[in-house]
Design a binder for this molecule. Structure first.
Ligand code: DSN
Length: 482
């Protein structure tokens, strides 16, 4: 279908949908309209966000939302799931083929859910099933009270080694306050204090000493590629299951920017992802697995998850079909090229980047050289229409709330068509804001980590310069809600 025809149909669909919504709750219709205005008018640099296509968005607004479908394809706890079976089968087929994965599970509602399904499938495969075999039981209901208590103790005392939050790992990789840090005895690996890079020898040494059941690789704020073949060697040496969380860079895997040792899927026993970041689908999660883990992953719902969101699984199928097109490879490569341009733009203006640069989709800017915390920088940038999120840097003196960094990603603006020159200009605008932001003081005159003053006229100047670029690369061109 031509782009013009798609825009005309999308405009008409949304105009009518908003009219129907407004007839029930006008404030929601207005907030929906305003969200588009805001997203169109700002520089979206949150590394975990993107803009899904109209086809993906429209797929979510249907009566599939009304259907319960606990269970799995062809084996549901509810009647009347024949169309959900079609949706889930198509989404899983696209996922398997796109990622060359033996098995795909498309039900998780989010990345955290996907990781929980992965953890429980690993515990089931590595701990529960061998225990049942040892005890001569078919399932846990057949166990005596004493054996059941013993198995619960065994399940609750396994070890997990994951990347620490301040080195760029995710909360669910064993961070103590998160459930993953409570389900498992956990230890964390970090990055080299000098270079900020992963030190595989140090990870291996920790794994040899700790002997984890699970090693988690993958990241949310590490601006470099990971050698997953090496991570698998480490896992194999200590008898661990390798789980990779590729939520942030799934689009780069799908688009064949990360191949060979950098493609996690052939190396990991279980790979998890979200579908809405660089993969550019609906908000949701997914688990890919080697055959030996498939049956346990398949029990995700109802053992770990509530009923699948069939309308979102349908949108995952549409997004995965888009990601299988050749144009998606061009998009994925442009994400990585644009991150290089953004990093080079910062470095040429004297800013400090964690690891000194990037080779994936994100840049982690250390804002302490501007005399600011991440929180002050994030707020000042937002005033100027630049949407980012504050993020810890390794060994961050300001902790996880105020932080010393700003995380910036290129997937969203790349979707809008930004290229090298625009990302260089974005770096200049960001440096201009930070250079003109003064940290504030608390009521009793001490340095504040939250308040700040942005120089007069800075926000307006940056917004004007951004507007010119944003108008050149409109979001959902032709979509008119007037
Ligand atoms: N919220 C995601 C991110 O921003 O990286 C991870 O949970």
């Amino acid at each position: 279908m031509s782009d013009d025809r798609t825009s005309a149909l999308t405009s008409s669909a949304y105009q009518q949908a908003l009219e129907v919504i407004a007839s029930v709750e006008p404030r929601i219709a207005e907030a929906t309209r305003q969200e588009l205005v805001d997203q169109r008018g700002s520089l979206k640099l949150i590394a975990s966000e993107n803009y899904a296509s109209p086809a993906v968005l429209l797929t979510m607004g249907t009566w599939f939302s009304d259907k319960y479908a606990e269970g799995t394809i062809g084996h549901r706890f509810y009647a009347g799931c024949q169309n959900v079976d079609t949706v889930e089968s198509v989404a899983a087929e696209h996922a398997r083929e796109l990622f060359s994965a033996p098995y795909a599970y498309v039900q998780p509602h989010s990345g955290i859910d996907a990781n929980l399904v992965a953890f429980w499938s690993i515990l089931a495969h590595r701990v529960e099933t061998p225990a049942l075999e040892r005890l001569g039981a078919k399932n846990v209901n057949e166990l005596t009270e004493e054996d059941w208590e013993g198995l619960r103790h065994e399940l609750g005392n396994q070890r997990l080694l994951g990347m620490s939050l301040d080195a760029g790992g995710h909360l669910t990789h064993g961070f103590r306050p998160n459930i993953s840090g409570k389900m498992f005895h956990q230890q964390q690996y970090g990055t080299d204090p000098e270079t900020g890079l992963l030190d595989y020898e140090a990870v291996a040494a920790k794994a040899r000493e700790f002997k984890p059941l699970v090693i988690v690789a993958g990241y949310s704020a590490y601006p470099r590629r990971v050698n997953f073949a090496k991570m698998r060697e480490i896992a194999d040496e200590v008898g661990a299951t390798l789980m990779v969380d590729m939520a942030h860079f799934a689009g780069l895997v799908a688009g064949k920017v990360f191949t060979g040792d950098e493609d996690p899927v052939p190396h990991a026993h279980v790979t998890t992802t979200t579908t809405h970041k660089s993969l550019r689908g609906p908000r949701g999660g997914m688990v890919l697995a080697q055959e030996e883990y498939a049956a346990d992953v398949d029990r995700g719902c109802p053992m770990v998850l509530g009923g699948p969101l069939s309308h979102v699984m349908a949108a995952k199928a549409v997004a995965l079909a888009e990601a299988r097109r050749l144009e998606f490879r061009t998009y994925a490569q442009q994400i990585a090229d644009n991150a290089q341009s953004l990093a080079a733009g910062f470095l040429s203006r004297g800013a400090n980047l964690v690891t000194g640069g990037t080779d994936n989709h994100l840049v982690l800017l250390d804002v302490s050289s501007f005399g600011l915390t991440g929180r002050q920088a994030e707020s000042a940038l937002l005033d100027a229409g630049v949407v980012t999120n504050r993020n810890s840097v390794p060994r961050d003196p300001n902790g996880a709330w105020y932080t010393s960094g700003i995380r910036l990603g290129t997937p969203a603006l790349t979707t809008r068509g930004f290229g090298h020159d625009e990302f260089d200009a974005v770096a200049e605008l960001i440096v201009h804001v930070l250079q003109n932001t003064q940290p504030g003081t608390t009521k009793d005159g001490r340095p504040s980590r939250a308040s700040y003053t942005l120089g007069e006229g800075v926000a307006a100047k940056v917004k004007d310069a951004s507007a010119e670029m944003l108008d050149r690369h409109p979001l959902y061109p032709g979509l008119d809600l007037a």
